[in-house]
Design a protein around this ligand. Structure first.
Ligand code: KIV
Ligand code: NA
Length: 278
């Protein structure tokens, strides 16, 4: 298939064809996303936790995210590649946001960037980055970079004021020129009420069935983690167990002498061996 573009995503929305988005952080995860024909690959700052082992998304740096994004780019051929702007890389000023976004495009080959929040600051930064020529995906509802201010990792929009804030943010981000939005951990009914008012593709995660598409974290859907994860996660494999089992079987074989055997070794001509050992 051909390259997925922003107009193509809009056409999928208009046709009512669900848009598939998944995170990836390196070459093999990008290859898996490509093999499945997903539409959007997100180099999420969730990689701070899933591949870098930080306790939250807050500590990850732009330089670290650029390494993940560049590796993902090398494995992504047709999907639209979106990179998260990490916490602290866009809040300070419009100039900072534009400079960071341009790094993701020039140094990592991202097609677009995503930034969190629907408040005044985030909307301004989105508009500035769009004006600089970098497509922006917005992200409202649960925004993990500012989870402390939201009262923790929990669903948003569960009372009228909170739902109104999500609606205002979504519409303001659309007005700022975002090409798409993520709704994270928002009640299904709030999403359903908002969808008729949003003209750009909305990708949900824990936002119910009425969005234009869905996103899940690669490591969550494949079970590369300890524990279950959020309510919205559906697990399609248990790869952490498969990895543990595979490495344990290798360790057993080394310790028992079952590995390596003759088939894993190289040979040498006996005459040459005799000359070598004499
Ligand atoms: O970082 C991430 O994985 C995300 C998605 C959950 C939308 O932002
Ligand atoms: Na993110």
């Amino acid at each position: 298939r051909g390259q997925i573009t922003i107009p193509h995503l809009r056409a999928l929305k208009d046709a009512g064809t669900p848009i598939v988005m998944v995170t990836a952080y390196d070459y093999p995860s990008a290859r898996a996303a490509e093999a499945a024909g997903v539409d959007i690959v997100l180099v999420g700052d969730s990689g701070a936790q899933t591949v870098l082992g930080y306790p939250s998304t807050v500590p990850v740096s732009t330089d670290e995210m650029l390494v993940l994004a560049a590796a993902t780019r090398r494995g992504t051929t047709t999907a639209l590649l979106v990179a998260d702007l990490p916490f602290g890389s866009y809040e300070v000023s419009d100039e900072q946001a534009v400079a960071t976004a341009i790094r993701f495009v020039k140094e990592a080959g991202a097609d677009a960037v995503k930034l969190e929040g629907g408040g005044v600051m985030s909307v301004r930064r989105a508009a500035a980055v769009v004006a600089a020529g970098v497509p922006v995906m917005g992200h409202v509802g649960l925004t993990p970079q500012t989870a402390t201010a939201l009262g923790g990792y929990k669903a948003q929009g569960r009372n009228a004021d909170s739902a109104i804030a999500i609606a205002r943010g979504a519409l303001a981000l659309q007005e700022a020129g975002c090409f798409s939005l993520v709704f994270e951990a928002v009640p299904n009914a709030v999403t359903a009420a908002l969808m008729p008012r949003v003209g750009i593709p909305v990708i949900g995660i824990g936002a119910g069935p009425d969005t234009d598409g869905q996103v899940l974290v690669f490591h969550d859907l494949l079970g590369i983690r300890d524990g279950g994860g959020a309510r919205f996660v559906k697990r399609y494999a248990d790869l952490q167990q498969a990895m543990n089992d595979g490495v344990a079987a290798y360790a057993d074989d080394v310790r028992s002498g079952a590995y390596p055997t003759a088939e894993h070794g190289y040979s040498i001509d006996p005459v040459q061996l005799a000359r070598f050992t004499e």
